[in-house]
Design a protein around this ligand. Structure first.
Ligand code: PLP
Length: 400
């Protein structure tokens, strides 16, 4: 009898974490490595948020809390949804967990039965399909190509829905593409969902505040109020507030679903870190002025990276609406051989050879369910980005 479970055999470790680890290992060996693989901002958590955490420690807020969040944080979450999204929620409709990741996992664990299908537009954030598998469901990836800016069309959604569909996982702006759905584009999808009342929406709005140019963020329950009773709206403080290590994510949705998620959390981790919760209260209620300032910087970096990558013959790099990623296609490079002798027969070979030969770590598209592409995280300094993109240009110039 195998010791490890069959469920475990169905899932893979996170390829983005694996790539970051590989880059860190090479760096530790003394290699000159630039990592464009991490999904986190390169700046520090704002001081007011750190101060709130220090004050929480000093005030002895260091004990167990309510399983899915202190009342003060739930109130801050309700206020945030009202302020930014025009959505009304009560604290009983709010769940706080250890990162957006735990929120997603709890929701899937609380709702999926064997055979239940979850529609996942691809490319997708790496964890969605594996979390669905861990929870016993069936992921249904739907390829959304570069020709439609990596966005799902109404026709594709309609075609993917079956009587077994339980959830659509929606993510805008997206990891890994940065693509953000306009109100009109999202309305086309919500119109389909209105016609299929058995399908629920899990919307991952983690990159809501990282939106550039004239893009206006919108979320399904706001675009189509008829979906309010079957939408779980997920968000968190990790990305916009540079708090990836603090591990606080949250969601709002129908109270029975929130109660189910609480039950899962009560038998796994219990409450998220008490100190981090107080820090998150400050993040949501405190000044927000650094967010547009950071977005000016991210817009500049996005333009720099997309510009330099688009100079390369064989690479096509769309300029997306948000997040801190671009997802260039390498379709024009497939079949070539690198200066170091690697045949670029897929995007994994491209990313591996680029790391080995030029010391630039990116994540290959197959990890996100759409090839041949790679993901660049531009959440690093302009100098490093110029250096990395110059190396990518040199690497591609050496392909024959
Ligand atoms: C799309 C998306 N959802 C959720 C998460 C998880 O965020 P957290 O760090 O809050 O668990 C990430 C983090 O990379 C993400 O990119």
């Amino acid at each position: 009898m195998a010791f490890l479970s069959d469920t475990l055999a169905r899932v893979k470790p996170s390829p983005t974490i694996a790539m970051s680890n590989k880059a860190a290992e090479l760096k530790a060996e003394g290699r000159d490595i630039i990592a464009l693989s991490a999904g986190e901002p390169d700046f520090d958590t704002p001081q007011n948020i750190k101060d709130a955490a220090v004050a929480a420690i000093a005030a002895g807020k260091t004990k167990y809390t309510a399983v899915d969040g202190i009342p003060e944080l739930k109130a801050a979450v309700c206020a945030k949804f009202k302020r930014d999204n025009g959505l009304d929620y009560t604290p009983a409709q709010v769940s706080v967990g250890t990162g957006g990741k735990q929120i997603l996992y709890n929701a899937l664990m609380a709702t999926l039965n064997p055979g239940d299908e979850v529609i996942i537009p691809a490319p997708y954030w790496v964890s969605y399909p594996d979390m669905v598998l861990l929870a016993g469901g069936t992921p249904v990836p739907v390829e959304c190509g570069i020709e439609n800016s990596f966005k799902m069309t109404a026709k594709q959604l309609e075609a993917a829905i079956t009587p077994k569909t339980k959830w659509l996982i929606f993510n805008s702006p997206s990891n890994p593409t940065g693509a953000g759905y306009s109100h009109e584009e999202l309305k086309e999808l919500t119109d389909v969902l209105v016609r299929h009342p058995h399908v629920w929406v899990m919307t991952d709005d983690m990159y809501e505040l990282l939106a550039y140019d004239d893009f206006t963020f919108c979320t399904p329950a706001e675009v189509e109020p008829a979906l309010y009773d079957r939408t779980l709206t997920i968000n968190g403080v990790s990305k916009a507030y540079a708090m990836t290590g603090w591990r606080i994510g949250y969601a709002a949705g129908p109270a029975p679903l929130i109660a189910g998620m609480r039950k899962v959390q009560s038998q796994s981790t219990s409450n998220p870190c008490s100190i981090s919760q107080w820090a998150a209260v400050e993040a949501l209620n405190g000044p927000q002025d650094y967010i547009p300032e950071n977005n000016v910087m991210f817009t500049r970096r996005r333009n720099l990276v997309a510009g330099m990558l688009n100079e390369i013959d064989g690479i096509e790099c769309p300029t997306p609406e948000g997040a801190f990623y671009v997802y260039p296609s390498i379709a024009g490079l497939i079949g070539k051989t690198s200066a170091g002798g690697t045949v670029i027969d897929n995007d994994e070979a491209f990313a591996t050879a680029l790391l080995e030969e030029k010391g630039v770590a990116v994540v290959f598209g197959a990890a996100f369910g759409l090839s041949p592409n790679f993901r660049v995280s531009y959440a690093t300094s302009d100098e490093e980005l110029v250096d990395a993109c110059t190396r990518i240009q040199e690497f591609c110039a050496g392909l024959a």
